[in-house]
Unconditional design. Structure first.
Ligand SMILES: C[S@@+](CC[C@H](N)C(=O)[O-])C[C@H]1O[C@@H](n2cnc3c(N)ncnc32)[C@H](O)[C@@H]1O
Length: 244
C-alpha cells in the first residue's frame, strides 16, 4: 500500500487551488519581476532556476526578459500546463526540492510566493537550502519570497469566498510552530476538504537558516513593490541572498 500523500502533493495539484488563488496571476508575477530587476543587479542571459514554479507564471516572464529559465515543480498537472509553453531557453520538469537540484549550474534561484515551509522539521528545510546553495554558481543569487508571519491576521473565524461557482470556506489558525489553513470546497454536488500547513518562520529564523546554508544576505524586502521589510507592516519577507 502506498503512503498517503502529503497535503502539498495533493492540494497544489488540484484546479481548486488555482481557482482560490486566481488573483495571484501572470500580471502580479510580471509586476514583481519588473520591480526586482529594477532593484537588483542580475546580469542578462543568466541561468535561472524557478524552484516550485507552479504553472510557470514567473518563469515565462523571466524568459521573456532575456533569461535562460528552468522551472521545476512537484505538481504533475502544473508542469503539464507549463510545458505547453516551453521554448528555447525555457524548460520545465517535474521535480522535488528535497532532491538533487544540480551542481553549480545556476546564476539565480528563485523560490516565490511561499513555496517553502511545507515540511515537518527544521532540518528538512535546512537541507532544501543546502541543495539550493549547491546548485548555484559561486556568486549566484537566491531570492526567497515568504509570507510575513509576524503581520498575519490569524483567527479562528471562518472566511468564505465564491469563485467560478465553487464555494470555499476556510479556517486559519496558528498551531504550535505552524500556520494551518483548513479549506472546505463546495463544488456543486460534492464537498471536499484540503489543508495548507506552513511553518510560521520569522524573519530571524529564515535569516539564520540562509546563513547556516552558506548564504550572505544582501537585502530584505517587504512587498512585491520591493519596499523595505518592516515586521509590523509588510505582507512579505523577500530575501535577496548570495552564495559566497
Ligand atoms: C504556493 S504555490 C506557488 C507556485 C509558483 N511559485 C507561483 O508563484 O505561482 C507552491 C508550489 O510549490 C510546489 N511544491 C510543493 N512542494 C514541492 C516540492 N517538494 N518540490 C517542488 N515543488 C513543490 C507546489 O506544487 C506549488 O506549485
Amino acid at each position: 500500500m502506498s503512503a498517503p500523500k502529503a497535503w502539498f502533493e495533493e492540494w497544489f495539484d488540484t484546479d481548486y487551488y488555482h481557482s482560490l488563488y486566481s488573483k495571484h496571476d501572470q500580471a502580479e508575477a510580471e509586476a514583481f519581476i519588473d520591480h526586482f530587476l529594477q532593484t537588483l543587479n542580475i546580469q542578462k542571459g543568466a541561468k535561472v532556476l524557478d524552484l516550485a514554479c507552479g504553472r510557470g507564471r514567473h518563469s515565462i516572464y523571466l524568459h521573456e526578459r532575456g533569461f535562460k529559465v528552468t522551472g521545476v515543480d512537484l505538481s504533475l498537472k502544473s508542469i503539464g500546463i507549463a510545458k505547453e509553453l516551453e521554448a528555447t531557453g525555457l524548460r520545465f520538469y517535474r521535480g522535488d526540492m528535497r532532491e538533487f537540484l544540480g551542481h553549480e549550474e545556476y546564476n539565480l534561484v528563485v523560490n516565490l510566493f511561499t513555496s517553502f515551509g511545507y515540511f515537518e522539521t527544521l532540518s528538512a528545510h535546512a537541507s532544501v537550502l543546502d541543495r539550493i546553495h549547491s546548485c548555484l554558481k559561486r556568486g549566484g543569487h537566491f531570492i526567497l519570497d515568504y509570507l510575513n508571519t509576524a503581520h498575519l491576521n490569524i483567527d479562528e473565524e471562518q472566511h468564505e469566498l465564491s469563485v467560478d461557482g465553487i464555494d470555499f470556506t476556510f479556517f486559519k489558525r496558528r498551531h504550535q510552530d505552524k500556520i494551518v489553513k483548513r479549506i472546505l470546497v463546495d463544488d456543486r454536488d460534492k464537498i471536499l476538504e484540503f489543508h495548507e500547513e506552513i511553518m510560521a518562520f520569522s524573519e530571524a529564523q529564515l535569516r539564520e537558516l540562509l546563513v547556516k546554508a552558506g548564504f550572505e544576505i544582501d537585502g530584505c524586502f517587504g512587498s512585491y513593490d520591493m519596499d523595505a521589510y518592516e515586521a509590523d507592516r509588510s505582507d512579505r519577507i523577500i530575501f535577496y541572498a548570495r552564495k559566497v
